[in-house]
Design a protein around this ligand. Structure first.
Ligand SMILES: Nc1ncnc2c1ncn2[C@@H]1O[C@H](COP(=O)(O)OP(=O)(O)O)[C@@H](O)[C@H]1O
Ligand SMILES: [Mg+2]
Length: 245
């Protein structure tokens, strides 16, 4: 059904370290469809952030092909990559990365200012998304007046306000207690349903598993396992299909 929103073909990424090369990704083949809610799961150092950086057009592969929203990234200049990124991608980080001197409203609005969106349009978009993440009452607060979970909600609003096709979240629950982490995952799931945004997130938090429609396990720069969760596998249907076949 249609083209995948991201496609990787035998992707390798090596980092130069003096005379050495550190292999971070060692032959990744991956396709993700628009609207998926996918988790990349793997231990520290397995290549999750490297993979997200390639998907987010922050970095390019050493070998192999990376296609993001129909654009092949390997041959692009920094400037062209930035353009693909601004047009299509929203980021959510473990450390929230909010601007401390700006209010909740201003932090979210900033993403639209960068895109040159006019004021009236900005206000509507920011008001709507702040309401969606449940922070209307905190719109004038600064980040240091918020809890960790509230800060991550601001980061989610900021990532979504530009209506990107893809949101990349790198360990978004790592700095949150497990209850708050779950509420953040619920919120991302809601946003995935509401806006049909493709969510791809990296984590080593096992709590995340129950939320993912698709879990990709990565180890030492290779995909070990890629599949839908058991509970969503339509067992009866496939039995029926077999019978009637
Ligand atoms: N900028 C870098 N320079 C050199 N090595 C790096 C760099 N970034 C990551 N690495 C190495 O690449 C491997 C994968 O790292 P990373 O993608 O950060 O894994 P994860 O996010 O799963 O913890 C690790 O061995 C890490 O040390
Ligand atoms: Mg990482």
């Amino acid at each position: 059904m249609g083209m995948p929103i991201v496609a990787l073909d035998n992707v390798q990424k090596r980092y130069a370290m003096g005379d050495f090369e550190v292999p971070a990704l060692r032959g990744i083949d991956l396709q993700i469809s628009e609207g998926e809610f996918t988790v990349i799961m793997g231990p520290s150092g397995s290549g999750k952030s490297t993979l997200l950086n390639l998907l987010g057009c922050i970095d390019v592969a050493t070998e192999g092909k990376v296609i993001v929203c129909g654009e092949e990234t390997n041959s692009k200049s920094e400037k062209e990559l930035a353009k693909v990124r601004r047009k299509n991608i929203g980021f959510i980080f473990q450390a929230f990365n909010l601007i401390p001197v700006l209010s909740v409203y201003e932090n979210v609005e900033y993403a639209l200012l960068l895109k040159g969106i006019p004021e009236g349009e900005r206000k509507n978009a920011v008001d709507e998304i702040i309401e969606q993440v449940g922070l209307t009452a905190h719109r004038n607060h600064r980040p240091n007046q918020l809890s960790g979970g509230q800060r991550q909600r601001v980061a989610i609003a900021r990532a979504l306000v530009t209506r990107p096709r893809i949101v990349l979240a790198d360990e978004p629950t790592a700095n949150l207690d497990s209850q708050t982490g779950k509420s953040i995952l619920h919120l991302m799931q809601e946003m995935n349903n509401r806006y049909k945004t493709t969510f791809i997130f990296a984590t080593h938090d096992p709590d995340v598993l129950s939320f993912a429609k698709r879990v990709i396990r990565i180890h030492d720069g290779k995909i070990e396992k890629d599949g839908a969760q058991k509970k969503s596998a339509p067992k009866k249907k496939s039995a029926r299909t077999r019978k009637s076949a």
